[in-house]
Design a protein around this ligand. Structure first.
Ligand SMILES: NC(=O)c1ccc[n+]([C@@H]2O[C@H](COP(=O)([O-])OP(=O)(O)OC[C@H]3O[C@@H](n4cnc5c(N)ncnc54)[C@H](O)[C@@H]3O)[C@@H](O)[C@H]2O)c1
Length: 340
């Protein structure tokens, strides 16, 4: 991997310098919200691996309010200075028209779209009892609806390519949050939106499989302005002093480039946490424990004994099951003491 710049404070800055293995040569990527933070690292690293990049950013504040900043321009300049190709785009990806326009920008500029990284977003953290309707709507809109709005037109182009007999490339990488693994108190709007991004990814992965396109989702952790809240500020400062800058967005971008690469053709519908040197493959929606009976449904009388067992509490499994159960099981040739 090419050398990233380390600033005086030890912070690792992403490099857009061309890598020896340009596995994305000839490919076109759209990265939403890539004027700053994690998205900026994605755009620069995708360019380093050979992709032409639409650097989309609306230039809003961390709560989504408008500013007169145009951060996409700076990232485009950095990519071009390193010899790569990029264009800036400032559409609002949380609308269908904005999403269409971003994908159209790629098609107008380079005649194709291969990789979509849905990354744009902002937060309005508040406890549910203080959460206003617009705080709920805006956060769901930018993360969840925005992910749909950009993905859908790209998939339409891939499908038309497929129908025309040309095998599309087709990579979607969505962004969720590790808060889903930590309950996310104070962020119910945000975690609900991000859980939606995860469910959306799993569903479209199945839909895209027949045309050879993939969709995966990351749960990132990095030092950005969005993550600069409360306890995280102190923790990030401490982590930046670690052996390597493990809160740099650089590390998130490398996983995204991998998921966008031909090497990851066989990976779809998967979720990964990524922060510093730690990547975890996340089990998403899975049934854990089950109780089942086939003769009738459960009653409260049954459930008050059975449900606690699902949590490892209550009467021990070795307790004899109801008599009629054992008999039913024995009749089927199963164990008398361990109903399925
Ligand atoms: N930083 C973390 O540790 C962390 C953790 C979990 C998830 N995430 C997610 O990663 C993504 C990137 O976050 P970040 O920390 O880099 O934040 P950031 O604020 O540094 O960057 C987000 C960018 O998105 C842009 N944006 C916001 N709304 C937009 C819209 N409607 N259209 C186009 N651009 C828009 C903003 O202008 C901003 O430049 C977000 O989806 C965030 O929820 C970040």
């Amino acid at each position: 991997m090419s050398e990233h710049r380390e600033s005086e404070s030890g912070y690792l800055e992403p490099s857009a310098a061309r890598e020896p293995d340009t596995f994305l040569d000839g490919k076109v990527a759209v990265v939403t919200g890539s004027g700053r933070g994690i998205g900026r690292a994605h755009a620069m690293r995708l360019a380093a691996y050979g992709a032409k990049v639409v650097v989309n950013d609306l230039g809003v504040a961390t709560d989504g309010s408008a500013t007169d900043e145009t951060p996409a321009d700076g990232v485009v300049a950095e990519i071009r200075a390193a010899g790569g190709e990029a264009v800036a785009d400032d559409h609002d990806i949380s609308t269908a028209a904005g999403g269409e326009a971003v994908i159209q920008r790629a098609l107008d500029e380079w005649g194709r779209i291969d990789v979509v990284v849905n990354n744009a977003g902002f937060g309005r953290p508040r406890m549910v009892f203080n959460l206003a309707e617009d705080e709920w709507d805006d956060v769901i809109r930018v993360h969840l609806k925005g992910t749909f709005c950009v993905t859908a037109p790209a998939t339409r182009w891939w499908r038309s390519e497929h129908k025309a007999g040309r095998a599309p490339y087709g990579r979607v990488v969505n962004t969720s949050t590790g808060l889903l693994l930590m309950a996310g108190a104070g962020q119910s709007n945000y975690t609900a939106a991000k859980a939606g991004c995860l469910a959306f990814t799993e569903a479209i992965a199945t839909e895209l499989a027949p045309i050879g396109a993939t969709a995966n989702v990351i749960l990132p952790g990095a030092r950005t302005r969005l993550a600069a809240v409360g306890w995280r500020t102190a923790r990030n400062a401490a982590l930046a002093q670690a052996q390597f800058d493990n809160q740099s967005p650089v590390h998130i971008a490398e996983l995204v480039c991998y998921l966008a690469s031909p090497y990851a053709q066989f990976i779809s519908g998967q979720a990964f946490t990524v922060s510093g040197g730690l990547i975890q493959h996340v089990a998403t929606f899975q049934a854990r424990e089950a109780i089942r009976r086939e003769d009738r449904g459960w009653t409260v009388g049954d459930l008050k004994g059975e449900v606690p067992r699902m949590f490892g509490a209550g009467p021990h499994r070795a307790d004899p099951p109801p008599k009629e159960w054992s008999e039913q099981y024995k009749a089927k040739g199963g164990s008398a003491t361990a109903p399925a």
